[in-house]
Design a protein around this ligand. Structure first.
Ligand code: GDP
Length: 433
């Protein structure tokens, strides 16, 4: 049986144990060998940080990522019985919030890691902490399933009382943001010692529910994206000697096959697919969740670039939009958002300045009900329905149809000022392209 491919973003306050937990899980599930772990253990001792051996596993992978060695290595895999996760994680990054918001915009589900030790948890969830914004962004960007790992239980004497205290505070907060309790799972763990990661811990006999791995196995893929028309946002376009032009990207929906005529958007260029390759092996059919490189006939690397979307020319092909209507939540804006404001938005692999052309209504963030029509401006913490116009040709889609192509983050002065979800798009008049 093939596994469900699910993308998971790991979120949480700095130093709460994201890298340690993920590194340990990767080791326990066999993705990292004992030899590699021993190497990281020696490195950790040399660095004078013996406790960081698991975090170093993740750091090592991130170094490879930053060098951009291959597309496949940018994200890594964690397997459970039923699921295969692509883990989107940006620990230790200088631009943590910026990268995490982008990660959230690409994820199906989230793992929130919180530090249970005295005052650390309280700092993470405080107004100044990062956890609140990340959860609001996750909910707005249509992540519904969330696992909360209450970490460093070894640091609080494996206290059930402390766990329950954190659980009840966070449950109330998650509910306030809009998450439904049936989609939220709490697991008390020690990412460092390994309690309740894969094996149930003897240190917490009072806890009898899922381990972290079981909780991950319980996540279900939200929709059958394979039944939808093909969409592949391009990450890069290579020219490979002896082969030709090879666009690469992750298949988000539908299936790519050799012989198919693909249409790129917004450029409108069409080309025949000669061959497809996944993990360096030829493939005759590539479905959602896989990173693919495909060779196309008659197209130069100058014609198409990162940010274009490949689709099947014969089945509901992708197109350039003149504008799109979106629901946005303002997260971190120094002033206010008004008509005419033109920040940069990051959507799938595209990066384009867009102008706020209309602010149709202010809405209740949780229920979506209109609270004010045609407001003059929107401020931090507020949600609104807006119309945006891209300054350069852009292909994007309604979130309900193609979720990975319909979620975006709004950036200004290197901060994420808002996140959004596209409700509908208006096709650009082809005469004007
Ligand atoms: P990140 O910034 O969220 O990725 O956090 P790290 O994984 O780098 O961990 C931050 C610090 O917390 C490191 O010194 C870890 O060794 C420590 N740490 C992580 N998990 C645990 C745990 O379960 N118990 C204890 N006692 N320390 C931990």
């Amino acid at each position: 049986m093939s596994k469900d491919l699910i993308s998971l973003v790991v979120i949480g306050h700095h130093q709460h144990g994201k890298s340690t937990t993920i590194g340990h899980l990767l080791h326990e599930t066999g993705a990292v060998s004992q030899g590699e772990l021993s190497k990281h253990e020696r490195e950790a001792v040399e660095l004078g940080r013996p406790a960081s051996k698991f975090a170093l596993i993740v750091d090592a992978i991130n170094v490879e990522r930053e060098r951009g060695m291959t597309v496949d290595l940018k994200l890594w895999k964690l397997s459970t019985d039923k699921n295969e996760f692509t883990v989107i994680d940006t620990p230790g990054s200088r631009d943590y919030i910026k990268n995490t918001m982008t990660g959230i915009s690409q994820a199906d589900s989230a793992l929130l890691v919180v530090d249970a030790t005295p005052s650390a948890f309280e700092a993470g969830i405080s107004r100044e902490g990062q956890t609140r914004d990340l959860l609001t962004a996750a909910f707005t960007l249509s992540i519904k399933q969330i696992i909360v790992a209450v970490n460093k239980m070894d640091g609080v004497g494996y206290s059930e009382e402390r766990y329950q205290e954190i659980r009840s505070q966070l449950s109330a907060h998650l509910k306030k943001v809009g998450f439904k309790s049936k989609y939220v799972t709490f697991v008390p763990i020690s990412g460092f010692i390994g309690d309740n990661l894969v094996e149930r811990s003897d240190n917490m006999p009072w806890y009898t529910n899922s381990t972290l791995l079981e909780a991950l196995d319980g996540i279900s893929r939200p929709k059958r994206l394979i039944d939808k028309p093909l969409r592949i946002p391009l990450q890069d376009v290579y020219k490979i000697g002896g082969i030709g032009t090879v666009p690469v990207g992750r298949v988000e929906t539908g299936t790519l096959r050799p012989g198919m005529t693909v249409q790129f958007a917004p450029s409108g260029i069409k080309a025949e697919v000669v061959s497809c390759e996944v993990h360096h092996e030829t493939s005759l059919e590539v479905g959602p969740g896989l990173n693919v490189g495909f060779n196309v006939k008659g197209v130069s690397t100058k014609d198409i670039a990162r940010g274009e979307v490949a689709s099947n020319a014969d089945d509901n092909p992708a197109f350039a939009v003149s504008s799109f209507e979106a629901q946005i939540v303002v997260m971190n804006h120094r002033g206010k958002i008004e008509i005419g404001y033109a920040p940069v938005i990051d959507i799938h692999t595209a990066h384009v300045a867009c102008r706020f052309a209309e602010i149709k209504a202010k809405i209740d963030r949780k229920t979506g009900k209109i609270v004010e029509k045609n407001p003059r401006a929107i401020y931090n913490g507020e949600a609104a329905i807006c119309v945006l116009e891209p300054s350069r040709p852009l292909c994007c889609e309604a979130c309900s149809e193609f979720p990975p192509l319909g979620r975006f983050v709004v950036r200004d002065s290197r901060t994420t000022v808002a996140v959004g979800m596209i409700i509908s798009t208006t096709k650009k008049d082809s005469n004007h392209i």
